[in-house]
Design a binder for this molecule. Structure first.
Ligand code: SF4
Length: 432
């Protein structure tokens, strides 16, 4: 195997946007981007990414490419006797080896990611998104993707992009069969879905066929159970479709994971948003409810609505009160997760059993002074920031220097205005 010919190896397309539980999954793109792409708050596909379906041949070719790269890593001793993080250091050399053998015949432009053409004033987070939307991925990305998956145990697979339920069951069955034959250690397959697709486009028989083929879970971005909020943000789905689609998924034997977005109703619809979302959750009893607090991205229609005065953002405390109402009103058995950097509080637990514990976390926050809330928010956001970036950029370090005391940061003497600005700045750089 060490003499394996690497000259014919190619990268494969990776799903950038995926649930946090799929961060270390092997991914394959069955469609590209989002055909709806009209949700006001959503920045993800707003930088010119165009929706397309991929043919079965294209997807099969990607699966073969992933398998060949995985085999090459093993042939070069990566992962032997077991995969370690140090193996990442060997990937650039491996990618170079493949590129060197191809350079004579393939134009340079095809060997590297195309440089993204972005407006100069683009939000850095949107630029980050855009840098990943790449229909010509690099070999190094593909190798790192495989290594990350191997390091995590090699058991999970996510199939993207935004709505896997638009695929015909026969297509999904063929893809799942192909993937399983090449990567037999895989145990869990998941997709994103839209509730309207599950409710209107897919029959129960279709969904049962998908489950029988090996699909395990569908992640739905419900965002809200309020029809007013859904209409305002142009979600293109109703609360009735949320309920019907999710119940159908459960009836087909698939796990149902939903995302909801505290703050999405703005100050005006905060209470309605909480109440109606609890109503929908109670009707569905999803396996998981994941919190993603609203972050308003620049260059989105929601930011325009904010500037035009059509939307009034909820202050942090109001978002927490909204969550308090939501958690108080959920009667269904479900699991709540706060697995996003956008959230202020760590609210993880089973409902209704853990309700009192979760409400205590909320009340402890609500009981502290305005000043302490600011300091709490600063530390919570900073901790998420350090988790994502591993350190402080120069500008933030400069602002924080007067408050750094050895290993910790003491903000007790920081003026309110500076604290508020710091919180805003950090939040504006976090990836939700
Ligand atoms: S359906 Fe999902 S990916 Fe598409 S625009 Fe709405 S939030 Fe974004």
């Amino acid at each position: 195997m060490t003499g394996m010919d690497s000259s014919s190896l190619e990268p494969f397309e990776i799903c950038t946007i995926r649930p946090p539980t799929e961060n270390s999954s092997l991914t394959f793109r069955l469609t590209r981007n989002c055909y709806w792409n009209r949700c006001k708050f959503c920045p993800v596909y707003k930088m010119g990414a165009v929706f397309s379906r991929r043919s079965l041949d294209e997807v099969k070719r990607d699966i073969e490419r992933a398998k060949a790269l995985d085999d090459l890593m093993l042939a070069r001793g990566i992962g032997i006797p077991r995969y370690t993080r140090a193996d990442y250091g060997r990937l650039p050399g491996l990618a170079d080896e493949i590129l060197r053998t191809r350079k004579k015949t393939i134009p340079e432009v095809q060997l590297h990611e195309a440089a993204a053409e972005l407006p100069a004033d683009v939000d850095p987070r949107l630029a980050w998104f855009f840098s990943w939307f790449n229909d010509q991925p690099s070999l190094e990305d593909s190798l790192a993707h495989l290594l990350t998956w191997r390091l995590a145990g090699g058991k999970t697979c996510f199939l993207g992009d935004a709505d896997g339920l638009i695929l015909k069951p026969e297509f999904l069955t063929a893809v799942l069969g192909e993937i399983r034959s090449r990567f037999p250690t895989l145990e869990r397959f998941t997709v994103y879905g839209r509730t309207r697709t599950a409710a209107r486009q897919r029959s129960l028989t279709d969904l049962q066929a998908m489950a029988a083929a090996g699909l395990n879970r569908v992640h739905f971005g419900l965002e809200s159970g309020s029809d007013k909020v859904l209409a305002f943000v142009n979600k293109g789905e109703s609360s009735a479709e949320h309920i019907e689609g999710c119940l159908k998924i459960k009836e087909a034997g698939l796990s149902c994971s939903i995302y909801i977005m505290p703050g999405l109703g703005g100050a005006g619809l905060s209470e309605e948003h909480a109440l109606e979302t609890a109503r929908v959750i109670n009707a569905i009893a999803p396996d998981f409810v994941r919190l993603r607090t609203l972050e308003i991205f620049s260059q989105t229609p929601l930011e325009k609505a904010l500037k035009d005065g059509e939307f009034v953002e909820c202050p942090e405390e109001q978002v927490v009160r909204e969550l308090r109402s939501l958690i108080s009103w959920i009667e269904a058995e479900t699991e709540l997760l706060s697995d996003s950097a956008s959230n202020l509080l760590d609210l993880y637990g089973k409902l209704p059993d853990d309700r009192n514990r979760l409400l205590k976390i909320i009340d402890d926050y609500l009981d502290i002074s305005e000043r302490d809330k600011r300091i709490f928010s600063f530390h919570s956001r900073l901790s998420s920031f350090l988790g994502q970036y591993g350190g402080l950029p120069e500008d933030l370090y400069g602002i924080l220097t007067p408050y750094i005391r050895g290993e910790s940061i003491d903000m007790s003497r920081c003026p309110d205005e500076v604290l508020e600005n710091l919180i805003r700045t950090i939040r504006s750089r976090l990836m939700p």
